[in-house]
Design a protein around this ligand. Structure first.
Ligand code: ZN
Ligand code: ZN
Length: 358
């Protein structure tokens, strides 16, 4: 089905696509392995893999041939001839220069292997719009992450280290349905929290610290992503004020979301509010990104984005304010773009929470 849509999306001037990224192999064929290669054309498609995977691939894949890659150099030429491929667009984001050179020499002079984003653009555009089944897996991953957040809020105490907080969050997710964690969990406190992607350390949580937790789970190959910033035991006035600005910015960006809206408008809604509050210099990253088979995918919500929101996009909305050497606040929800606007897939509370009170 998706493979048909892909082959009918091949633009003029290109006769075929060569795909290597594991999650894209899974997306289009239902099967993935680290030694797969998918050749797609208007005339037909073929999946190459080695003897470790051919039997499993044949059982799983329909609508596309499966070939043992032991004879890849001859086979790929034969298939290009059969599928009338003269110009083949390679998946730039998944191929190293060495890999491109190897395929280039296999294909010889009759086929030109070109890069430049054609394959990636088509694939990323398709993947940005989620089916209900994909949304179901993202929701499942999000539910696991939220249960882990609830759990961690119950055990955070001053004296616990950032690394302990991270490990407890990860362990809970892995024990409760996550096949993997989405990315290296961020658990940073106090002055460390002013670094948007700080690394958890052996620093112990102190009363009055802000603690930023950015984490997610993977279910069925699909990621979730959320951030909450909480206060440890108590919260100072400046921290409360910064938190309320970030929350207002996050809600302003959420309000802007609906099909047809340029992604940069949603970014601007958050950015303008933070700038008006005097913290413009303290918000350096984009407001959000698509989430799915990969943690970061299309569309992107930042000032340079040329993309337009579509029904079925799943995006994060995650503005922040970071005051170097002092503290930072980020609030991140993941939402589904719907006909009427958006559905927030993140249910965890957003009012400023204090953890660690005895
Ligand atoms: Zn995140
Ligand atoms: Zn994110």
């Amino acid at each position: 089905m998706r493979l048909c849509e892909l082959s009918s999306s091949i633009p003029e001037g290109v006769d075929g696509l060569l795909i290597k990224k594991e999650c894209n192999l899974k997306y289009f064929t239902g099967f993935s392995c680290d030694a797969g290669l998918l050749l797609v054309s208007r005339e037909g498609s073929v999946f190459f893999t080695d003897s470790r995977y051919t039997e499993a691939a044949e059982k799983t894949i329909s609508g596309c041939g499966v070939e043992n890659s032991a004879r890849l150099p001859e086979h790929i030429k034969e298939y290009c001839k059969k599928f009338k491929i003269k110009t083949l667009a390679g998946e730039s984001s998944a191929m190293t220069v060495a890999c491109a050179e190897r395929y280039g020499s296999m294909l010889g002079d009759d086929v030109s292997l070109v890069f430049g984003g054609t394959a990636d653009d088509i694939i990323n555009g398709m993947r940005a719009v989620k089916t209900p089944a994909e949304v179901g897996l993202i929701k499942k991953a999000q539910a696991v992450a939220e249960r882990s957040f609830e759990y961690i809020m119950g055990i955070i105490r001053p004296g616990m280290t950032e690394r302990e907080v991270k490990t407890e969050l990860d362990y809970f997710m892995l024990k409760n349905g996550a096949e993997k964690i989405s990315f290296d969990t961020i658990a940073v406190s106090g002055a460390n929290s002013s670094m948007p992607h700080g690394v958890p350390s052996d620093k112990a949580l102190k009363e009055g610290d802000m603690l930023t937790l950015d984490f997610g789970a993977v279910c069925g190959g699909y990621h979730s992503d959320m951030t909450r910033t909480v206060a440890v035991s108590r919260c100072g006035e400046e921290q409360k004020e910064v938190y309320s600005i970030v929350l207002a910015a996050q809600e302003a960006a959420l309000k802007a979301l609906r099909p047809g809206v340029p992604c940069r408008y949603a970014d601007r809604a958050a950015r303008d509010l933070i700038a008006a509050a005097g913290y413009g210099e303290r918000f350096g990253h984009g407001t959000g990104h698509g989430v799915g088979l990969e943690l970061h995918e299309n569309p992107t919500l930042n000032p340079r984005s040329e993309e337009i929101l579509k029904k079925g996009n799943v995006v994060t909305v995650e503005p922040g304010i970071y005051i170097p050497g002092r503290f930072g606040v980020r609030i991140e929800d993941m939402v589904l773009i719907t006909d009427g606007g958006y559905e927030n897939l993140t249910r965890s509370p957003k009012e400023l929470c204090t953890a660690g009170n005895r």
